[in-house]
Design a protein around this ligand. Structure first.
Ligand code: ADP
Ligand code: MG
Length: 579
């Protein structure tokens, strides 16, 4: 194994490395740094998250640029604002002894003129998100016509996010003879295409197996009913009192909702997603880094590449749509030689996804049981006991001790301990004493295949043939707006002025939430849970009757009441809706 000295780095960079506490280069650094320092060549590096890619391109770039010049010489493109700031900070630390170094971050959601000013001051290195970069180029706020190094960091994610055109556009403003360094955790077709198109005979570096997660992470799944997802999350948190975790949800909406519920329920939680302002996101990240937030609920995009040490658990509240994303999620934990746990809360219909993930990460999941209420009480009690045991005495208390002692004069030590712990224990006990078992049996792991189980929801929607839909086009429309997969919307029954369709029960909340206040072509599209089971002859007759009625120009109120279960009599929690 080599040392940083062996890689050929200059003294002032080595000094910064010592300050940072890096002892030996990581594999990607060991392979990339010497080449990038000595050869003006393109490079493609594949390495999982947390392997030190920033330093792998950062140090060579810092050593190769001319800090006495004020020309922009290096451009680093990264997918998100958070990542952009993180790389900028990291580079500033690496280059803390480079006198005159100016690294500027360019990203959306903050003042463009301020950023332009920063660049004008003579930024040798610009770290940017593609959207804002393109914007600034078109306004002549930044000149990248003389750059010598361009880095595409987290290239797979940038392409996932649809930045292909932006990247192409940006690179067309850069000189032909620059070097391009592409870093990615995975190598999907799109990344290979970019490499082919923009790079000349690149050196290829692969660290570890492609797409394989960290060795230090163990993977667990918990099988529950979809409607118990949130309760399961709470239990997992309660069963791990010192949890410091990222909780991944699929949509911004779910992210916000889960975080809000957790906060309401007394957890130190925060949300991180793209609908928050830059300022809000910065605040959340700051609290998370300071560990004031124990559970950061985040979307994949917002959390991509975020590097916070000591994350104990990654919780997949929902599995990602693309199973490859799972690797990125679980890579948030088990960093810097520590161990971590990646937990997945799954419903039966998602079980086969677990199998696919196992193939990708080349590791087995362990099926675990959601802890029972009493187990949690015990864990909490012992955690408190340990905390009390390890607490250093604060002697400021001494002056109040006399009156406290007086109060407990007749209480034995035994009794005192019991009373003391009851304070905390009762809180959990009262909550959990009647808690049900959330675990369910997996009978057939492939219940999705073949006939659907009874766990689907039938909906009424107030658009139909009159609006130009047939079952196929309505299905396509629903899949698109709800961002659901190919088979997730089924039994689509289009009537004249309304229709029915089904989804798995687990999507019910998502569907209903999405169509709260949803307007299409200038009118409200209303979706409600229907009692029509989609197949029974009685119901079908009813449907036909309604069909006729509606053909006479009837509107929503013409519908037979029995068709629709309104939020009142329904078993699901009420949601607020504006009419
Ligand atoms: P990646 O981009 O591959 O996900 P990062 O560049 O964000 O990884 O690095 C992950 C973490 O490891 C950072 O906190 C970084 O400071 C640290 N790190 C990088 N290189 C080393 C090293 N050689 N020794 C110890 N820590 C390192
Ligand atoms: Mg990185």
């Amino acid at each position: 194994m080599s040392t940083f000295q062996d890689l050929g780095l200059q003294d002032h960079l080595l000094q910064a490395i010592t300050d940072l506490g890096f002892e030996t280069p990581s594999e990607v650094q060991e392979k990339a740094i010497p080449v990038l320092l000595t050869e003006e060549r393109d490079l493609v590096a594949l390495a999982q998250t947390g392997t030190g890619k920033t330093a792998a391109f950062g140090f060579p770039m810092l050593q190769n640029i001319d800090v006495d010049s004020r020309t922009t010489q290096g451009l680093i493109l990264s997918p998100t604002r958070e990542l952009c700031l993180q790389i900028t900070n990291e580079l500033k630390q690496y280059g803390k002894y480079c006198k005159g170094l100016n690294v500027t971050a360019i990203y959306g959601g903050a003042s463009i003129t301020d950023q332009a000013k920063q660049v004008k001051k003579g930024a040798q290195i610009v770290v940017a998100t593609p959207g804002r970069m393109k914007d600034m180029i078109s306004r002549n706020m930044v000149d990248i016509s003389k750059i010598q190094y361009s880095v595409l960091d987290e290239a797979d994610e940038m392409l996932n996010m649809g930045f292909y055109e932006d990247i192409t556009d940006i690179l067309s403003h850069t000189p032909e003879d620059k070097s391009t360094w592409l870093f990615s955790a995975t190598m999907p077709k799109e990344v290979a295409t970019i490499a082919k198109k923009f790079m000349f005979n690149p050196i290829e570096i692969t660290v570890g197996h492609k797409n394989v997660g960290s060795k230090n992470v163990s993977h667990e799944f918990y099988l529950v009913n979809s409607r118990d997802r949130y309760l399961a999350l709470k239990r997992l948190a309660d069963a791990n009192p010192n949890i410091f975790s990222v909780v991944f949800c699929r949509t911004k909406r779910d992210t916000q909702k889960v975080a809000e519920k957790l906060i309401e329920d007394g957890y130190n939680a925060g949300a991180l997603h793209g609908d928050l302002s830059q300022n809000q996101r910065d605040l959340v990240m700051k609290s998370f880094r300071n560990k004031q937030i124990q559970m950061l609920v985040a979307t994949d995009v917002a959390a991509r590449g975020i590097d916070v040490d000591d994350i104990t658990h990654v919780i997949n509240y929902q599995l990602p749509d693309e199973i490859e994303t799972y690797t990125h999620r679980s890579g948030r934990t088990g960093r810097a030689g520590k161990t971590g746990v990646s937990m997945v809360i799954v419903s039966k219909s998602e079980l086969r996804k677990i199998k696919s993930i196992e193939r990708i990460i080349k590791k087995q999941f362990e099926q675990k049981e959601i802890p029972s209420g009493m187990e949690i009480c015990q864990v909490q009690l012992m955690s408190l006991a340990n905390k009390v045991h390890d607490t250093e005495i604060n002697h400021e208390i001494d002056k109040y001790l006399e009156s406290i002692n007086e109060l407990f004069e007749d209480t034995s030590k035994d009794e005192l301990i019991k009373k003391f712990f009851s304070v905390e224990f009762s809180r959990f006990y009262n909550y959990y004493q009647k808690a049900k078992d959330l675990n369910i049996e997996a009978k057939h792991s492939s219940s999705r295949d073949g006939e659907r189980s009874g766990s689907s929801t039938r909906y009424f929607i107030n658009v139909g043939r009159k609006d130009g839909y047939d079952w196929m086009s309505l299905k396509d429309f629903l899949k698109a707006v709800l961002e659901l997969g190919r088979d997730d919307v089924f039994k689509v029954d289009v009537k004249d002025s309304f229709s029915f369709f089904n989804t798995e029960k687990e999507h019910e909340q998502k569907v209903l939430d999405f169509f709260t206040d949803f307007k299409y072509n200038g009118r409200f599209v209303n979706v409600e849970v229907s009692t029509d089971r989609g197949g029974g002859s009685r119901n079908r007759k009813k449907g036909r009757r309604n069909d006729k009625r509606n053909r006479k120009g009837g509107n929503r109120s013409d519908r037979s009441r029995s068709e629709v279960r309104t939020s009142k009599g329904s078993s699901r929690p009420r949601r607020s809706r504006r009419r």
